[in-house]
Ligand binder design. Structure first.
Ligand SMILES: C[S@@+](CC[C@H](N)C(=O)[O-])C[C@H]1O[C@@H](n2cnc3c(N)ncnc32)[C@H](O)[C@@H]1O
Length: 272
């Protein structure tokens, strides 16, 4: 179960989420994560609800971000205990309480033993970690009998007829820059159901959401903030220059915007 050579290359350069991109101390980082959370929380919570998340459950929210899902599990679903784990817990500490434990830890730390859970959920986390395949094994190993592992990560169905628009070139530059800087890779997201099955999980299934990309919406703001923050890395790919990124940003906030934007695939499986 090895990581691909490109993952190894990213790691060799030492690039990590939160260090080389998306530093938590950036004044807009919590806002950027929240813009994404606002869009995806309804899909995520609907699926967690359908899987039965609720009373009596011990839940692990991996890479909890600003804690919107952890809070939902606690307050809406009525979980018995929620562990919100992140390498940066700045936005989570205020949520800590008797039933919500905040753990500052790096998921890739092999000595990490957070306990056993009825639900483990990770959204937009594994795609950024080159060790994702190994991490899926470890997460599956932390499930109680009957427990669910639920993984959500980004996918894109690009318009293959468009190879030259500023939007397309900037989006492609973003995926390339994420890959070379911190090892982000979404190419195996469609394989998550197979990975979950390979871990011996049952009742495996998956679904896909591509929320509408509308100018002025939280999702358009999320991409706009992401591209603005990544400008030097985008230009370093050689795919775009300042003018192209600027044109793409203007397009994102204009009424001309007409794209099937990136979405999220969720895959889940249950320990027997
Ligand atoms: C894109 S954000 C997603 C946040 C949240 N899951 C959501 O969907 O709103 C990725 C989160 O994973 C955390 N993260 C990244 N690498 C991590 C690691 N190695 N260990 C623990 N958390 C990590 C980041 O600090 C950040 O909060």
């Amino acid at each position: 179960m090895t990581d691909s050579p490109s993952h190894g290359a990213a790691r060799a350069r030492g690039g990590r989420y939160g260090q080389d991109l998306f530093e938590p101390e950036h004044p807009q980082e919590a806002e950027r994560i929240d813009a994404g959370a606002l869009v995806y929380d309804p899909f995520t919570t609907r699926r967690l609800q359908a899987l039965g998340a609720g009373r009596g459950w011990r839940c692990l929210e991996v890479g909890a971000g600003t804690g919107t899902v952890a809070r939902w599990l606690l307050e809406e679903a009525g979980a018995e205990e929620v562990v919100a784990l992140d390498r940066d817990t700045g936005a989570l500490t205020a949520l800590a309480g008797p039933r919500l434990r905040v753990v500052a830890a790096d998921l890739t730390d092999e000595s990490l033993r957070p306990g056993r859970f009825d639900l483990i959920h990770a959204r937009f986390v594994l795609m950024h970690l080159p060790e994702r395949r190994r991490l899926i094994s470890r997460l599956a190993g932390w499930l109680n009998p009957g427990g669910w592992l639920v993984l959500g990560d980004a996918v894109e169905l690009p318009d293959l007829l468009d190879t030259s628009s500023a939007y397309r070139r900037t989006m492609d530059a973003m995926w390339q820059a994420l890959r070379t800087t911190i090892g982000t890779d979404t190419s195996s997201v469609s394989a998550y159901p197979h990975f979950l099955r390979a871990e011996g999980l049952q009742n495996v299934a998956a679904e896909l959401f591509c929320p509408p990309l509308v100018a002025g919406s939280p999702l358009a703001r999320f991409w706009s903030e992401t591209w603005s923050r990544m400008r030097p890395a985008l230009e370093a790919t050689g795919r775009v220059d300042t003018d192209v990124v600027e044109e793409a940003l203007v397009y994102l906030s204009s009424s001309r915007l007409a794209e099937l934007g990136p979405g999220m695939a969720m895959a889940w499986g249950q320990r027997s």
